[in-house]
Design a binder for this molecule. Structure first.
Ligand SMILES: NC(=O)c1ccc[n+]([C@@H]2O[C@H](COP(=O)([O-])OP(=O)(O)OC[C@H]3O[C@@H](n4cnc5c(N)ncnc54)[C@H](OP(=O)(O)O)[C@@H]3O)[C@@H](O)[C@H]2O)c1
Length: 267
């Protein structure tokens, strides 16, 4: 069982680079966010690191997560590129290091041995995985010495991931939910609009409040404007009723926005 304790909401940074990313990370930390999610793939680790240094917040108080690119998951590459992530971020350790997607160069034994060694060497405080199914989680648990601290997967009201949340709760890790706002494409779902109207708020706020009420789930919405950063923190304080939760959990439509077939990252 992992001892990782995450705040109720984190900040996703994919799609943000350069000054926009620096400013978003700085503003997020000064708004109260303490969990920042990046990845080798996002090409923004230097900007994320600069945002953390600019913010009036102690590095020790920030949970910083990065992910090893699927093409870098061979044993030597994973170890070398994780160290390169530290240099790009300008930090001496990560709090969470993920296997980004178990594809391409992923070989369970080799990749996870590298993750254990990165953990033992203090490159990361916690070993994490992303886009792992229950079967892949079982395999990883058998191989790893370290506990899995988090599994990061797509999760929002149209993809509630009940099985993976139950696995997380039982195993004592966190399910970190990506695309918690459905990338802005699910706000027209009538049940989300209905609950939003009941609370005089937005469907975006409802998505976040729904995720926070779910066991073992931490959403990491991406936000690049101060208005969205602040709205999403405010949403983390919105209390949905049992009736609201039942309305949302009754949504019949299921929608996955990130196609698992894209997982080979060959494009
Ligand atoms: N592990 C993986 O394989 C994986 C895959 C995908 C994503 N992720 C992680 O998860 C994070 C979040 O996912 P995502 O970026 O794909 O989608 P998302 O967080 O569901 O949606 C982001 C979109 O919602 C908008 N938004 C934010 N707050 C809003 C609000 N209060 N009202 C209305 N719109 C709002 C953002 O606009 P603005 O930018 O204009 O604020 C942006 O267009 C990523 O940034 C990344 O860190 C991980």
């Amino acid at each position: 069982m992992s001892d990782l304790a995450l705040p109720a909401i984190g900040l996703g940074t994919s799609g943000m680079t350069g000054d926009e990313c620096v400013e978003s990370v700085r503003a997020a930390l000064e708004t109260g966010y303490r969990h920042i999610d990046t990845a080798q793939m996002y090409d923004n680790e230097p900007a994320v690191g600069a945002g953390i240094r600019l913010a009036d917040v102690d590095r020790e108080d920030v949970v910083l997560a990065s992910k090893v690119h699927p093409e870098n998951l061979a044993y030597e590459d994973a170890k070398r590129t994780a160290e390169e992530s530290l240099v790009r971020l300008g930090v001496d350790r990560l709090d969470m290091l993920y296997v980004h997607w178990p594809t391409n160069a992923y070989e369970a034994e080799e990749t996870l041995r590298a993750m254990d060694e990165l953990h033992d060497a203090g490159v990361t405080r916690h070993v994490c995985v992303s886009n792992f199914t229950p079967e892949l989680l079982d395999e990883a648990r058998d191989i790893l010495d370290a506990d899995i601290a988090a599994n990061q997967v797509e999760c929002h009201p149209l993809l509630p991931q009940d099985e993976l949340r139950a696995d997380a709760a039982e195993d004592g890790h966190t399910l970190v939910g990506y695309a918690p706002l459905g990338q802005g494409k699910i706000f027209d779902v009538p049940e989300l609009q209905q609950v939003a109207e009941r609370h005089s708020t937005s469907p975006a706020a409802v998505c976040i409040a729904w995720a926070i009420r779910k066991d073992a789930l931490v959403p990491i919405p991406k936000a690049s404007t101060e208005e969205h950063l602040e709205a999403n923190v405010a949403a983390s304080r919105l209390e949905l009723t049992d009736e609201d939760m039942a309305t949302i959990d009754g949504i019949e439509e299921q929608r996955r926005l990130i196609d698992p077939d894209r997982a080979a990252w060959n494009q």
